[in-house]
Design a protein around this ligand. Structure first.
Ligand code: HEM
Length: 439
């Protein structure tokens, strides 16, 4: 039976059983693209900078987004993630200023007030076990929506978007590797439930669009060109693309800090002077937090939320000496390239000092946000959120890990790197300021 399955499906069962173990064993350490058979298709895993540069930059015109993206279309429509050609170009160009470092300043102000309120609330949840992922899920969602739409969502709307985001990610994770997806074609219970999720997100976007601000205002030219559905598609795309990604990175960040009081002391050394005398965290101040940024960078190296993404060859090609016929898929894995032993000294070690010097392993060896024309438009926003969260939480609380040491925990790999089965739980205590010292 086992051999029949392997004969039919090739490497697919081994890959889906434990994707990270598969990639670690077969891809990490290999100097060239690695071929694997998924059913009748041969796919190639890329985890070397030269191959990544080839596909995403130098010969990006030879590759398109894969058909797997089409599974997301009922949810994301023709938004920036799923669109291609002129439509994608218009969408990216119209949205770009809202996501640039300077374009984000106003929105980040809104996000930082949300953070301050939420940290205040956490002070009411001391001395008990707190599950970090749902906490960070709600926090990053509220911060990102405040930053993008220039107003915080009310409590009920936030919760609705949060639950819809969870349901959408669950569905994408479940269906991602299915050769066919009956739920997409038939009115099954799953499909009907998913339609409800989509309708509730559409309702939120419709309400926000009545008085558009921030990104929704900036996107008006797109709506004029492609009709009002363009706003729905872009807004839902941003909510979904920015949701689980930031939430998971923030969860690994906070849990890592809970396990590493030495790092907490180190970043407090630069955060304390900034918040001296009860000052608020401001968008401008985040840029100077070099140590906190380095910790965030290292979290994104070891736990890149989007641990793989795919492209399809539009013509016959050769990558680093390996033939890639037209129509075949290539999988690019930030997780694998960011752990390559020839690129990173002791790759499994969490060491933010790697990001404190100018010399890193190079632009194509570190790709948590992708690279090239289709890299993450939300990268500045995500990093600013993560730096602010680390600064605000460590300056207010002492953290105790309750799910074991982070070095012993392995993420569960779906669409994003989810928490391990034991969870990521911490206990918070108000920081003991009598031992406060500037490192
Ligand atoms: C830690 C958080 C995040 C990570 C690790 C991340 C990662 C990525 C990666 C790797 C890609 C490239 C995928 C590819 O080339 O196929 C991408 C694309 C994208 N991301 Fe993010 N992302 C994050 C947060 C966000 C946020 C906060 C937003 C928006 C609010 C966002 C919106 C997008 C969009 C729209 C794209 C598609 C861009 C295009 O195709 O032009 N992301 N992201």
């Amino acid at each position: 039976m086992q051999s029949l399955k392997t004969a039919l499906l090739g490497d697919l069962p081994a890959f889906t059983a434990d994707p990270l173990a598969f990639v670690q064993e077969k891809v990490v350490g290999q100097p060239q693209p690695v071929a694997a058979r998924f059913g009748f298709k041969t796919v190639r895993f890329l985890a070397q900078p030269s191959a990544i540069q080839h596909v995403l930059v130098t010969h990006a015109d030879r590759y398109g987004k894969s058909q797997m993206q089409d599974r997301m279309k009922p949810l994301l429509g023709e938004g920036m993630v799923t669109a291609s050609g002129e439509r994608w170009h218009q969408s990216r160009t119209t949205a770009r200023p809202s996501f640039s470092a300077s374009g984000l300043d106003q929105g980040l102000g809104h996000a930082l007030s949300v953070l301050q309120t939420e940290v205040g609330r956490l002070a009411g949840a001391l001395d008990r076990s707190l599950a970090i992922p749902p906490l960070m899920g709600r926090l990053t969602l509220r911060m990102a929506t405040a930053a993008m739409f220039h107003e915080p969502l009310d409590e009920d709307t936030s919760e609705l978007v949060y639950q819809a985001g969870l349901a959408a990610h669950k569905r994408l994770s479940e269906t991602m590797w299915r050769p066919i997806d009956p739920d997409a074609l038939l009115p099954t219970r799953t499909n009907r439930a998913f339609r409800k999720v989509i309708a509730s997100l559409e309702g939120v976007v419709e309400r926000l669009s009545r008085n558009p601000k921030g990104l929704l205002l900036a996107l008006q030219p797109l709506a004029e060109r492609y009709g009002p559905k363009a706003l729905r598609d872009e807004a839902i795309t941003m909510l979904i693309a920015g949701f689980e990604t930031s939430a998971m990175a923030a969860s690994w960040l906070i849990y890592t800090l809970a396990c590493r009081p030495d790092l907490v002391a180190w970043i407090r050394g630069e955060v304390d002077p900034l918040l001296e005398g009860g000052a608020d965290l401001e968008a401008g101040g985040l840029r100077g937090l070099r140590r906190t940024r380095a910790v965030v960078d290292e979290v994104l190296r070891l736990y890149p939320s989007i641990w793989w993404f795919a492209r399809v060859a539009l013509e016959d090609d050769v990558i680093d000496g390996v033939a890639v016929p037209k129509g075949s898929m290539v999988f690019i894995s930030p997780w694998a390239v960011q752990r390559q032993p020839d690129l990173w000294d002791q790759p499994e070690r969490f060491d933010p000092m790697r990001f404190m010097s100018e010399t890193t392993s190079g632009r194509f060896a570190y790709i948590p946000f992708g690279v090239g024309g289709r890299s993450c438009i939300g990268a500045h926003l995500a990093k600013a959120e993560l730096v602010a969260i680390a600064a605000a939480i460590t300056s207010a609380f002492d953290l105790e890990p309750l799910s074991g040491h982070v070095d012993q925990l392995r993420p569960v790999a779906g669409v994003t790197l989810a928490p391990p089965p034991v969870g990521l739980n911490v206990r918070l205590q108000m920081r003991d300021l009598t031992v406060r010292k500037v490192a």
